[in-house]
Design a protein around this ligand. Structure first.
Ligand code: AMP
Length: 260
């Protein structure tokens, strides 16, 4: 048998098959149903920690509007300069800026997403309304689910006053973990840890007030849109316990909302 003549043809056919497989599986991921899961919760309820644990699963990605905004501030873009004025006072950044930033991110990244955790977005009824419209009209293969992490204000203030954040990768740490002469260095990426400028008590109180004011209208929009909110009470729970409960919520179909 003349193998010499067959080998290049065989190699060529294999390459074509592999390329075809990659092309079609990419197309399939792009067309597949996407789950967008909004993580609601006052600042300090551990949305970022939960998202960081979840993305170890390759099916899950996360998008934090706070992190996107902090990146814009670091890059000194026009959006960053405008957002900083609001963020430094614990106020919310205007809805239009947030929606267009999220829309741009989804346009660039949604094809490679299966489950996307939205950390701290939508945060106002108007954002939720605009976002639901965007999903209906532009991202038709995506559906929205909502999980709320619930914790008392006292516990939140204690947590946030203790929180350090990595300047580079935004991973959160507790100050209590460090001894007096320890360096505040991120064990994931080696970045410098620091207190966020909006994690000071007066700014935290303002952020909690803003969260409370927006909560009821936001819940009303979801009720109107037939979207159930799954609540996880995190008082006294470790991040691992919260994560286990969250995984259960991800698996099950929406449960009827508890009457408060
Ligand atoms: P976070 O990192 O989620 O705690 O957000 C930090 C700050 O960024 C907030 O206090 C707001 O000023 C701003 N921010 C983040 N996400 C949003 C949003 N969805 N809408 C308005 N402002 C936001």
């Amino acid at each position: 048998m003349k193998l010499n003549g067959w080998l290049p043809a065989l190699l060529f056919a294999t390459i074509i098959l592999i390329m075809g497989y990659i092309y079609f599986s990419k197309k399939q991921t792009a067309a597949k149903k996407k789950t967008l899961l909004s993580l609601m919760g006052a600042p300090g309820t551990g949305k970022g920690t939960l998202a960081a644990k979840s993305i170890k699963n390759p099916k899950i990605s996360s998008l934090s509007t706070g992190n996107l905004l902090r990146k814009e501030i670091d890059l000194k873009t026009d959006l960053g300069k405008e957002a900083e004025q609001y963020m430094s006072q614990g106020k919310l950044v205007p809805d239009e800026l947030i929606i267009s930033m999220v829309d741009k991110w989804l346009t660039n990244n949604l094809t490679s997403v299966e489950i996307l955790l939205l950390d701290g977005f939508p945060r106002t009824a108007r954002q939720a309304d605009m976002f639901l419209n965007l999903l209906r009209n532009k991202y038709k293969n995506a559906s929205l689910r909502v999980v709320e992490l619930v914790l008392s204000d006292e516990a939140i203030i204690e947590r946030l006053s203790d929180r350090l954040i990595c300047e580079k990768c935004q991973a959160p740490y507790s100050r209590k973990l460090f001894k007096a002469d320890d360096k505040w260095i991120c064990e994931i990426c080696g970045g410098q840890l620091k207190q966020r400028s909006d994690d000071k008590e007066d700014v935290i109180r303002n952020r909690l007030k803003v969260y409370d004011e927006n909560l009821k209208p936001l819940i009303d929009i979801y009720k109107k849109g037939g979207i159930t909110i799954n609540r996880i009470d995190i008082e006294g729970k470790t991040p691992e316990q919260v994560f286990e409960q969250f995984k259960d919520v991800l698996k099950v179909k929406d449960k009827p909302e508890k009457k408060s």
